[in-house]
Design a protein around this ligand. Structure first.
Ligand code: PEP
Ligand code: MN
Length: 354
């Protein structure tokens, strides 16, 4: 990391960036109100820091040996002089701002009618963003894989319904991409691209998605430690995309035999991650619980732990859903969740403890 003097000129900053490139690394230039900080992206062991320390305009040059730094509060503090939570704007919606954000919709888009009926329901319940899976990650090849499995034409048609529903109900939309081949197509239609838990570790995929420059909803893998999760989020910020919404969706549960929950919602990860990074974090109570009767409680707990929003699966008739029927709630139940979570968020107040 190179910290420039507060009176460093543009030319001096450009010279340092050029010098960094000579060593095969990239530079993340963060211009703060007080000074410019340049983060190095790549293998820092190649850099002779003593040489950089004496370049014109440089105040300090040092090696930072953490696996993530561009997303850290410390980095923001150095350049901006503050820890500033990142507020991600999607249309009129702010994620990470003063109000909690609610993302809701079906697990899978099944038909235009199903999607529109649910979109209307979640809008009335107070949701801000519509979700709906078109490329579903499934354990069994024999189960419904989402309408995207039918080919490009079917995928485009389903994506166009999401766009239409978005326009009709005034809800930005998010859908998951499962592979690199889907990135260009999906980016044409949606406001936020989701990277599912199973793909958290896919460097090539997450880098490709980040380059689209759109906000990304990035789920934690169910076996990933917090450091690993944040280290992979760093890959996307290294592509100069800071619009990353983190999402805790449950880690593998302990115990033998029948488990009472699908995963274990890692509530402590929420405040722990907030201490580390300025990126917003939401929780997904639906996949964590795998049970509709636990969604209300986990939602409240997530907001109480400091999450800035929720992603909840909703269906007007959950039992008939083709995927995850056991965990979807109705629009009326969503309304209760939103109302309770708003109250909890307000009671907690604006956070300045991060
Ligand atoms: C989803 O949100 O549709 C999903 C499949 O979740 P996860 O990646 O967390 O399993
Ligand atoms: Mn689901």
């Amino acid at each position: 990391m190179i910290i420039m003097k507060s009176d460093a000129t543009k030319e001096q900053i450009a010279d340092v960036v050029k010098e960094i490139r000579k060593y095969g690394l990239r530079a993340d230039v963060s211009k703060g109100a007080y000074r410019t900080v340049i983060g190095l992206v790549g293998d820092e062991s190649k850099i002779p820091f003593s040489h950089f320390a004496v370049l014109p305009g440089v105040k300090e040059a040092m090696m930072v040996e953490t696996p993530y730094k561009l997303i850290s509060r410390e980095y923001a503090r150095m350049s901006q002089g503050e820890t500033g939570n990142r507020i991600i704007k999607v249309g009129d919606v702010e994620i990470g701002g003063d109000e909690p954000v609610f993302i809701a919709g079906p697990c899978a888009v099944e038909s235009k009618e199903q999607l529109f009926r649910i979109a209307e329901g979640v809008k009335q319940a107070g949701a801000h963003i519509l979700r709906g899976g078109i490329f579903k990650p499934r354990t069994s090849v024999h189960s419904f894989q989402g309408l995207g499995a039918g080919g490009d034409e079917e995928a485009s048609e389903a994506l166009s319904w999401l766009r239409e529903a978005s326009n009709r109900f005034g809800l930005p939309v998010v859908t998951e991409i499962r592979g690199e081949g889907q990135v260009d197509l999906v980016a044409e239609y949606v406001d936020i691209i989701q990277i599912g838990a199973r793909n958290m570790y896919d460097q090539d995929l997450i880098t490709k998605v980040a380059r689209k420059g759109k906000p990304i909803l990035y789920k934690r893998h169910f076996g990933a430690g917090i450091e690993e999760y944040l280290s992979f989020a760093e890959y996307m910020v290294a592509e100069d995309n800071r619009d990353i919404i983190l999402c805790e969706r449950g880690i593998l549960p302990l115990g033998k035999g029948r488990s009472y929950t699908r995963y274990t919602l890692d509530l402590a990860a929420v405040p722990a991650i907030r201490k580390e990074t300025y990126l917003p974090i939401i929780i997904d109570p639906s996949h964590a619980a795998g049970r509709r009767d636990l969604v209300f409680d986990l939602s409240c707990a997530g907001i109480a732990a400091g999450a800035c929003g929720l992603m909840v699966e909703v269906h007007y008739n959950p039992v008939e859903a083709l995927v995850d029927a056991q965990q979807q709630i109705t629009p009326d139940e969503l309304k209760e969740v939103i109302s309770a979570c708003r109250g909890i968020h307000k009671a907690i107040g604006r956070r300045n403890r991060d």
